[in-house]
Design a protein around this ligand. Structure first.
Ligand code: FES
Ligand code: FES
Length: 395
């Protein structure tokens, strides 16, 4: 237990709490502010959204300890907020609440939309709201309420709201200058990697274990014969050199220890762990079974990356890749998102580009592999842009 001090709705709250206590539980059980609702407790539904230092945060997957010394605003604390008073009126006028369970989280997200996106149209509002689930399916009314507040502020600007918007722009600018793409940071701790997995690995099958969770398929074309590509793909240090953000720290036979760092929009992770490669030479197939812990969020990941090299004529081949993975901990909120699926497929494509490059220009004896160049922010925006265009194609 440790004493945690958080300013909740302008009042200092000091309570003893376990390191594992989530902010949502701290607010409800220690501060006795029960307006914040907990539903999925996996960061998926948005019901528990509160503001931490003015930004919307999932309180069910944020540790209270990470908020020590910060300011939290819950639905009970918006009395003097000029945007929230408009939203409250609009929500009742546009019938934006039914049972009201999602409403505290919806209001926090709606306030954020009004603050950040003065010119948002209906399509943009719906995209922004997609992280909040209303089990009464009241999305029409909620969207209409937000749009009506945006329109009213365009028709008749409000000095108080303008001041809040200017502060947001300044904060975002500071974040970009200091950190690039970032959100509220969790406390960082050095977490031990789990024990090696090699001993527990089943007999070589070259196939991913489908019982492990979410599956994402992808693949790439190689401009080289299948046997040559297969020989390359079995060489773990060479393969790691083609995987953006990956690094092998040690290798013992077919077992490696290493890490992979990913920064993707609001998600930042640095997994450290072990992996073992099983080969099926006859099928030119292999599976890399790994598990690791993210030192930033303490999320645990287990996954199999299986691949098979198939000839595509005498001089070319096709590499089919499947990732089957499961996540536990704060990062699990991303595991079902379509955005992540797109992201992984593009990672595979990027990996394929690097494999082709390395086969074309093999490393000289003793030459260290250069860490593959990768721009996740550019990729993130390219995925968003593709989706945005898709919306218009469907309309
Ligand atoms: S309860 Fe936190 S996102 Fe669902
Ligand atoms: S109003 Fe009932 S869950 Fe949204």
């Amino acid at each position: 237990m440790a004493e945690i001090s958080i300013q909740v709705n302008g009042r200092q709250q000091k309570h003893e709490a376990e390191p594992r206590t989530h902010l949502g539980d701290f607010i409800r059980e220690k501060s006795r502010l029960t307006g914040t609702n907990l539903s999925c407790e996996h960061g998926v539904c948005g019901a528990c959204t509160v503001l931490v230092d003015g930004r919307p945060v999932r309180s069910c997957i944020t540790f209270a300890g990470a908020c020590d010394g910060h300011e939290v605003t819950t639905v009970e604390g918006y009395d003097d907020d000029p945007i929230m008073s408009r939203l409250r009126t609009a929500f009742s006028e546009k019938h934006a609440l039914q049972c009201g369970f999602c409403t505290p989280g919806m209001l926090a997200t709606s306030r954020d939309i009004v603050l950040r996106l003065p010119d948002a149209d209906e399509a943009r509002v719906r995209i922004e709201l997609s992280g909040n689930i209303c089990r009464c399916t009241g999305y029409q009314g909620i969207t209409a309420a937000i749009l009506s507040v945006l329109q009213a502020l365009r028709d008749q600007p409000d000095a108080q709201v303008d001041a809040l918007r200017a502060a947001v722009v300044q904060n975002v600018q500071q974040d970009w200058n200091q950190n690039g793409f970032t959100t509220f940071d969790a406390v960082q701790e050095d977490v031990q990697a789990p024990a090696p997995v090699a001993a527990a690995a089943p007999a070589a099958s070259g196939r991913a274990d489908k019982g492990k969770g979410q599956a994402i398929q992808g693949g790439f074309d190689a401009r080289f014969p299948a046997d040559q590509v297969w020989a390359f793909m079995k060489d773990l240090p060479k393969v790691a050199g083609c995987l953006p953000g990956a690094m092998i720290e040690s290798q013992e036979g077919a077992t490696v220890q290493g890490k992979i760092a990913i920064k993707f929009g609001p998600m930042s992770a640095a997994f450290k762990g072990n992996a073992a490669l099983e080969e099926d030479n006859e099928r030119r197939a292999a599976v890399l079974r790994g598990e690791g812990v993210d030192s930033l969020s303490q999320s645990r990941a287990r996954g199999d990356v299986s691949f098979q090299v198939n000839p595509d004529g005498p001089e070319r081949s096709r590499v089919e890749v499947e990732l089957v993975y499961s996540l536990q901990g704060p990062l699990a909120q991303f595991s079902r998102s379509g955005l992540v699926q797109d992201f992984v497929r593009r990672m595979i494509a990027e990996f394929g580009k690097n494999v082709n490059l390395r086969l074309e220009k093999p490393l000289a004896e003793g030459e260290e592999p250069v860490v593959a160049e990768f721009n996740p922010v550019k990729m993130f925006f390219s995925i968003l842009w593709d989706r945005f265009k898709g919306l218009f194609r469907r309309a």
